[in-house]
Design a protein around this ligand. Structure first.
Ligand SMILES: Nc1ncnc2c1ncn2[C@@H]1O[C@H](COP(=O)(O)OP(=O)(O)OP(=O)(O)O)[C@@H](O)[C@H]1O
Length: 354
C-alpha cells in the first residue's frame, strides 16, 4: 500500500505478475488470457482497460473479484492477497466489489425493486433496511417511479441503471463495469457514463471500466491500461496515453476516436483546392489552443486558413489537430512552422507541386 511504498496515491487493487492460463481446446494446448500483468489501480479513480476482442480485458478484471483465479502471480485487493484464499475467505472480499455487465443480467421474474434488493437478501439485511436502501438507490439512479415494473418494460439504459443500483446495493468500494455501455446507443451510453462518473465522484467508489471503445475512456477514465494479447502494453493518465501513444494498438484506438488527421486521399483533395503551404498542427493543453496557432501566425505575418481537423476532449482536456493552409512570404511561413514546432507537434505537408 502507499504508506509502505511512499507513493502519493494508495492502490486499492494491485496485480503482481498476475497470469491466467486456460486449457485450450486441443489436448495440451493452452490460452494465456492474462500474461504476467503488474499494475496498480488507485483508490478513488476511474480506471479504464481498453483492448480489442480477446485481448484479455474481461479475464483481467474478473481476477479482481476472483470470478477467475490466477494461475500465476497474485492480485491484492485492499491489502488482501487473493491467491491463497479459499472460497469462504473470498466471500468478504467479493462483498466489497460490485459488477455490472454488458447484458445487464437482471432477473426477469423480479421487479426493479426486487432486483436491487436481491444482493441485500443474500447478505441477510432485514426487510426494513432493504426497503429503505432500495428507495435510496433507485433515487440515486433516477428510477424511483419504475420500482414496481419488470425489466422487460425498461429500455436498455434503464436496465443498466438497475444493474448499477444492484451492484451498489451493499456499498462496495470497487465497481467493475464490463462493457457496460456496449449494448447501448450513443445517447444512452452518455447517460450511463454520467452515472458511473457520479458513482465515482459522489460515492467515492473506485470504478474499473472494461471497454473496446476509445470514446468511453476518453470521456470518463482518469487512467487507462491498454491490453494486447494478454499483456498490458501501455498504462498511464488517459490524457497522456492518448495524446502521446507509444504502442501501435493505442495509436489505432486514438485514430478510431479522432478523425482529425487528413488521410492521403483527403490531403490530395486539399492540395487541389489550396495552393498554399499545408501543415497539420497538434492542439492540446500544452499548445494551449487554436489561439496559440493564430498568435504565432500573426507574429510572422502569415495568413492561416483552417482546412481540416477536429478538437475533442480526452479526460476533460482539449486534444486534436488542425490542418491549416499557410499563405505568406516563404521565409516567414518557414519561421512560423519552426515557432509552432517549439510548442506542439507539426506535420508539414508542404505545398502543392507547381
Ligand atoms: N473460460 C475460458 N476458457 C478458455 N479460454 C478462455 C476462457 N475465457 C476466456 N478465454 C480466452 O482468453 C482470451 C481472452 O479473453 P477475454 O474474454 O478476457 O478477452 P476480452 O479482451 O475481454 O475480449 P472480449 O471483449 O471479446 O470479451 C481469449 O482468447 C478467450 O478465448
Amino acid at each position: 500500500m502507499s504508506a509502505a511504498t511512499g507513493a502519493a496515491t494508495s492502490s486499492i487493487v494491485r496485480f503482481e505478475g498476475a497470469s491466467k492460463v486456460f486449457p485450450g481446446r486441443r489436448r495440451g494446448a493452452e490460452v494465456r488470457a492474462v500474461s504476467d500483468v503488474t499494475l496498480d489501480i488507485h483508490e478513488g479513480e476511474i480506471f479504464g482497460v481498453i483492448g480489442h476482442s480477446g485481448a484479455g480485458k474481461s479475464t483481467l478484471v474478473r481476477l479482481i473479484n476472483a470470478l477467475e483465479r490466477t494461475t500465476g502471480g497474485d492480485v491484492i485487493v485492499d491489502g488482501v492477497a487473493l491467491a491463497a484464499l479459499n472460497e469462504s475467505r473470498l466471500r468478504p472480499v467479493r462483498a466489497g466489489i460490485g459488477m455490472v455487465f454488458q447484458q445487464f443480467n437482471l432477473l426477469a421474474s423480479r421487479t426493479v425493486a426486487g432486483n436491487v434488493a436481491y444482493p441485500l437478501e443474500v447478505a441477510g439485511w432485514s426487510r426494513s433496511r432493504r426497503e429503505a436502501r432500495v428507495v435510496e438507490l433507485l433515487d440515486f439512479v433516477g428510477l424511483s417511479e419504475k420500482a414496481g415494473v419488470h425489466p422487460s418494460a425498461l429500455s436498455g439504459g434503464q436496465k443498466q441503471r438497475v444493474g448499477i443500483a444492484r451492484a451498489l446495493a451493499t456499498n462496495p468500494r470497487i465497481l467493475l463495469a464490463d462493457e457496460a455501455t456496449s449494448a447501448l446507443d450513443p445517447e444512452t451510453t452518455r447517460d450511463v457514463l454520467d452515472l458511473l462518473q457520479r458513482v465515482n465522484r459522489e460515492l467515492g467508489v473506485t470504478v474499473v471500466v472494461i471497454t473496446h471503445e476509445m470514446d468511453v475512456v476518453r470521456s470518463i477514465c482518469h487512467r487507462v491500461a491498454v491490453m494486447d494479447r494478454g499483456r498490458v502494453v501501455e498504462v498511464g493518465q488517459a490524457y497522456q496515453v492518448f495524446s502521446a501513444p507509444a504502442h501501435d494498438v493505442t495509436r489505432r484506438f486514438v485514430a478510431t476516436a479522432l478523425r482529425d488527421r487528413p488521410s492521403p486521399e483527403v490531403l490530395e483533395r486539399l492540395r487541389a483546392r489550396h495552393t498554399g503551404h499545408i501543415v497539420t498542427v497538434g492542439v492540446d493543453e500544452v499548445a494551449g489552443s487554436s489561439a496559440v496557432l493564430t498568435r504565432t501566425l500573426r507574429e510572422h505575418g502569415v495568413d492561416g486558413t483552417v482546412v481540416f481537423g477536429g478538437i475533442t476532449e480526452v479526460a476533460e482536456r482539449p486534444y486534436g489537430s488542425l490542418t491549416v493552409e499557410l499563405v505568406g512570404d516563404p521565409a516567414a511561413v518557414e519561421a512560423s512552422v519552426a515557432a509552432l514546432r517549439d510548442v506542439t507537434w507539426v506535420d508539414d505537408h508542404g505545398r502543392a507541386a507547381a
